[in-house]
Write a protein that binds this ligand. Structure first.
Ligand SMILES: Nc1ncnc2c1ncn2[C@@H]1O[C@H](COP(=O)(O)OP(=O)(O)OP(=O)(O)O)[C@@H](O)[C@H]1O
Ligand SMILES: [Mg+2]
Length: 249
């Protein structure tokens, strides 16, 4: 892992400036962020600071006014280099889970056999094999969120962008989803950019935690979490990291 972390970033945002109409100050101004291949980066910050905005810019959903986002990995017709998991899973209610996962593959050059193989693979990774033919309303909240992760993984991205993906579930489900994301991350080798309000979650999951604050949003802290994995929830070492993150918020 150490050699990978000194590698060229998989994605780099440089000099990003973005304002919303009628706002006196930009949300982001000359903002820089680089994520290395396979790195797990958490973004924390107060409500309204600009976390989702940053994720949408990095994900290519919103063009910045100034600056650029560079994805360094090669483009290919059979995959997307970045994909986003939204807070609510955003599955289409009229499609089965299998068809929801397949949706992201429709614009790509992927054979029917390869599509089926990928869908099977992400269903397995997210533990949803038995749920493939169900509609979203027949799934639990946690299963919908895992479905959103499965759909994002199906396009085989180099970086997975996650916007508070666990905010809508209870604490126990949240812990098991955290464990699953770590397992998927380790197994898939994807880089992850993970937005959360939750300091303990950020410290538990990430290689590096970035704290955003102010308007325009600046990086108040960029902290490497140098703890071996698997990490113990509630350990003193994690608590010390969480304290440093909390102090910067
Ligand atoms: N489409 C929009 N038009 C105008 N202002 C917006 C728009 N989207 C977001 N904003 C404003 O930009 C700021 C940053 O919003 P953003 O959604 O990025 O915050 P956030 O850090 O993700 O917050 P939260 O933790 O509540 O999700 C906020 O002040 C918000 O009100
Ligand atoms: Mg947000």
């Amino acid at each position: 892992m150490a050699s990978e972390l000194t590698a060229t970033p998989v994605i780099e945002a440089e000099g990003i400036t973005l304002s919303y109409p009628d706002a006196p100050q930009p949300v982001l101004q000359d903002f820089n962020l680089a994520v290395k291949p396979g790195e797990f980066v958490a973004i924390v910050g107060g409500s309204g600071v600009g976390k989702s905005t940053l994720l949408r810019v990095v994900g290519g959903l919103v063009a910045p006014e100034r600056g650029r986002v560079t994805v360094t990995t090669p483009e290919a017709k059979d995959r997307r280099r970045r994909s986003i998991v939204f807070q609510d899973g955003r599955l289409m209610p009229w499609r089965t889970l299998r068809a929801n996962i397949g949706y992201g593959l429709e614009g790509l050059k992927v054979s029917a056999a390869e599509r089926d193989r990928r869908i099977a693979e992400v269903l397995r990774l997210t533990g949803l094999e038995a749920m493939a033919e169900r509609y979203p309303h027949q799934l639990s909240g946690g299963q919908v969120q895992r479905g959103g992760i499965a759909r994002a993984l199906a396009v085989n991205p180099d970086i997975l962008l996650m916007d508070e993906p666990f905010s809508a579930v209870d604490a126990l489900t949240r812990e098991s989803l955290q464990d699953e994301v770590l397992r998927i991350w380790a197994e898939s080798g994807k880089a992850v950019l993970f937005v959360t309000h939750d300091i303990a979650e950020a410290a538990f999951l990430a290689d590096r935690v970035i704290v955003l604050s102010g308007r325009p949003a600046g990086i108040a802290l960029d902290l490497s979490i140098d703890l071996p994995r698997p990490r113990a929830r509630g350990s003193e070492a994690l608590g010390a990291y969480a304290g440093r993150i909390g102090a910067a918020l």
